[in-house]
Design a protein around this ligand. Structure first.
Ligand SMILES: C[S@@+](CC[C@H](N)C(=O)[O-])C[C@H]1O[C@@H](n2cnc3c(N)ncnc32)[C@H](O)[C@@H]1O
Length: 291
């Protein structure tokens, strides 16, 4: 096989990330944050289904240093899966979450659990002005499964700037279960391949090119999406991808019938999921200014 002379140093890995993000968005017709905008989709990821995520949440929390003095910034907090339990152990959690649906689900959870030290900011990370809207420095900045930023380098530089402790990112490795359906069906439905988003290999390259050499852990878990009915599963997946029209429903329905298992809780779409955890110590520009 001919050897392709690729000069890794000449590649701008942030541009590659942007390219992958564009392919992902074109393939699904909407961005990560748009998908979670509606409350029903957000609820599939949390609330009564939180028990299914509990193992992942416990494992995630175990690996974080959380003390009563810790101030956390949780970027892409979603329905508060991590923010709410973290808030019970730390001084405060500031959440950055653009999706109205996710924020609504988190608000309910905050009220139900009587948590009072979460400061929610309903914006994308890119839109947040740290000088005006945040109170740096934070002891922990975490972005878990939420790297929907097109310019990931700028997003990480901003995280570093507001953190004087650990920055921790969790991101997908391999093909997550929710990409299986479009990867299987897209060639038949639309005559094209489906492009999922950039994965952990690219994230590592971006970090390395930034001079960040993170600790990396492989993080395996099991995900469950629970639906009250097969129709609800169909509606969830149809909302996820803009190009799905009623004419495509029968093929998607038969895929879901095959993959979803009927249990007492409803129809469960379960799959193994591998993520990678990247963490490093940041000094933070705000911290240096204050020191
Ligand atoms: C899969 S959820 C993860 C929720 C939570 N962090 C967890 O680990 O369970 C991904 C979240 O990232 C949010 N997100 C996507 N792009 C974002 C961005 N540019 N800035 C902030 N949050 C973003 C989405 O709205 C969504 O709620």
């Amino acid at each position: 096989m001919e050897h392709a002379n690729i000069n890794c140093n000449a590649i701008n890995w942030n541009d590659e990330w942007k390219h992958e993000m564009d392919l992902w968005q074109n393939s699904s017709g909407k961005s990560c944050k748009e998908f979670w905008a509606d409350e029903k989709s957000a609820a599939v990821y949390s609330r009564e289904h939180v028990a299914h995520h509990q193992k992942r949440i416990d494992k995630t929390l175990e690996g974080l240093v959380l003390t009563p003095r810790t101030r956390v910034l949780d970027i892409g907090a979603g329905p508060g899966n991590l923010a709410v339990p973290m808030a019970k152990r730390v001084q405060s959690v500031t959440t950055i979450e653009p999706s109205a649906g996710m924020n609504a689900v988190m608000k309910e959870c905050i009220q139900r659990q009587g948590v009072e030290n979460i400061i929610p900011i309903e914006k994308t990370w890119e839109a947040v002005d740290p000088d005006l809207e945040l109170s740096p420095s934070y002891d922990l900045v975490i972005a878990s499964m939420s790297l929907g930023m097109r310019d990931i380098r700028a997003a990480i530089e901003k995280m570093n700037k507001v953190c004087r402790g650990e920055v921790t990112l969790f991101w997908h490795a391999g093909i997550p279960g929710w990409e299986d359906m479009p990867k299987t069906l897209w060639p038949q439905l639309f005559g094209t391949n489906y492009h999922g988003g950039p994965k952990s290999d690219l994230l590592f390259q971006v970090l390395y090119q930034m001079g960040i050499y993170p600790r990396i852990e492989v993080f395996s878990s099991h995900f469950h999406e629970v639906f009250v009915s097969l129709d609800a599963a169909l509606a969830f997946y149809c909302k996820r991808f803009d190009q799905i029209q009623p004419v495509h429903h029968p093929m998607i329905q038969s895929y879901l019938e095959e993959k979803c298992v009927k249990t007492q809780e409803g129809f469960v779409h379960g799959f193994d999921h591998i993520a990678m955890k990247f963490s490093w110590k940041s000094k933070g520009a705000f911290h240096e200014k204050a020191a």
